[in-house]
Design a protein around this ligand. Structure first.
Ligand code: NDP
Length: 395
């Protein structure tokens, strides 16, 4: 039996709340807190209807450490699942430290004025978390998250030595809008428009944004063009998977998406630094977010699937081996189950599973951890059981 505080009532928060509510034996008390209470009320109503269970809700500004700490002292959760925005990671980690509460999130901390996608600010909490005897788990969505666990599994069970990893993320779904992002638009566009980066022969190599691509045959989806991006899990995997020659991350985009993105960039709408407009500072990308469809509301008419996995190339028993480990998730099935599209679903389910690992003691540690540092087996068993089956394909 455990008490969980979920912070953030967006697309991912909705999935986490539903999935926790589906397991009353483990998540006996659930509090969903977010900046806009109305969004928590909507999720509470859906959960009552679909799971026959009541969850608690609260208004919270998680940028405010004292406010979060007060909520933690009142509710006394065993674990906090942070699915607000990356800007809130450090204040929430501070509040957990003040109150001795375990922490997990799905995205690395981002300073609002720079797109960095680095773990250094959160890794810097390691000693303080260790000394307080508590655990923080970083990046427990699908990618980062499940992809890190696939790497740990491949290292433990399938290879003597992994030399090459390509993480391949395909969303072959159709939401019916000319342009929309599948998770928070601000974070998504910051991620895609930065310079590409991959790790090879012991150092980082940079590429122009979206300048390199390849076509890959994604399971249950078919061939799709994927573009090389920098993604935060590369930083931790380079550190924790031994003997790597190269690791890269690829994501698919449709032509229409890329055309919209190019136009928005060309006119300055994706900029993250404030501009002066009629005497007031406005951040163009935040204004753009207000105009775009809410990712949490894309689910209803979404068709198609996501197909995401890791391609490993290395040595097993003296022979070369190539393996793809992947999951396929259907947007409309996700919507039927939890009223969310598959990108939110594939992020929210692993966040719930990590909380399950921490609450049941299957994953324990003092300090700050990335998922590949922990035993992949119980996580992968629970992942398959709770909505995200995964497969190993010899290539
Ligand atoms: P949304 O924008 O849909 O939701 C974010 C939620 O956080 C909103 O409800 C928002 O409130 C709330 N929030 C924002 N600021 C605060 C604050 N100061 N205090 C309290 N609540 C706040 O985003 P998503 O649900 O799509 O994404 C959630 C997280 O998951 C993001 O960090 C994203 O980067 C990450 N993610 C990770 C993935 C992975 O695979 N690892 C994939 C997809 C997403 P309000 O309603 O008022 O705006």
């Amino acid at each position: 039996m455990g008490k969980v505080l979920i912070i953030g009532a967006g697309g991912v928060g909705r999935v986490v709340a539903h999935k926790c509510a589906q397991i009353p034996d483990l998540f006996s008390d659930i509090l969903l807190a977010s900046r806009t209470l109305r969004r928590c009320e909507v999720i509470k109503g859906q959960i009552r209807k679909m799971c026959g269970r009541d969850i608690q809700i609260a208004q919270l500004d998680a940028d405010n450490v004292a406010q979060t700490a007060a909520l933690l002292r009142g509710f006394k959760p065993d674990v906090v699942i942070n699915v607000a925005l990356p800007y809130q990671d450090l204040p929430i980690m501070d509040a957990c430290l003040q109150t001795g509460t375990d922490y997990l999130d799905t995205a690395n901390y981002e300073p609002p004025d720079q797109a960095r996608f680095e773990y250094k600010w959160q890794w810097a909490y390691h000693d303080r978390y260790r000394d307080a005897g508590i655990m923080a788990l970083l990046g427990s969505g699908f990618d980062p998250g499940v992809t890190n666990v696939f790497c740990a599994y491949a290292q433990k069970e399938l290879f003597d030595e992994i030399q090459y990893i390509d993480i391949l993320d395909c969303n072959a779904g159709d939401h019916g809008h000319p342009f929309a992002t599948n998770f928070n638009p601000e974070i998504n566009i910051r991620e895609i428009t930065q310079r590409g980066r991959f790790w090879q022969d012991g150092r980082w190599h940079e590429t122009d944004p979206l300048s390199e691509s390849m076509t890959f045959e994604f399971p249950e989806v078919g061939p799709r063009k994927a573009y090389l991006l920098y993604h935060e899990e590369l930083e931790s995997l380079v550190k924790h998977i031994q003997g790597l020659c190269r690791i890269r991350f690829w994501m698919t985009f449709g032509d229409e998406y890329l055309t919209h993105l190019r136009v928005l960039q060309n006119v300055g709408m994706t900029r993250i630094e404030p501009i002066e407009y009629e005497g007031r500072p406005i951040v163009p990308i935040k204004f753009l977010k207000a105009l775009l469809p809410d990712p949490a509301e894309l689910g209803q008419n979404y068709t198609g699937r996501t197909s995401i996995g890791c391609l490993f190339d290395g040595i097993k028993s003296g022979k070369r081996r190539r393996v793809f480990i992947y999951n396929v998730c259907d947007h409309s099935e996700a919507y039927q189950e939890v009223r969310a599209q598959a990108v939110s679903y594939t992020t929210g389910v692993p966040a719930m599973v990590s909380a399950m690992m921490m609450l049941t003691g299957k994953w324990r540690g003092k300090g700050v951890f990335n998922l590949e540092q922990l035993d992949p087996i119980p996580f992968l068993d629970a992942l398959a059981k709770h909505g995200l089956p995964w497969y190993v394909k010899e290539m």
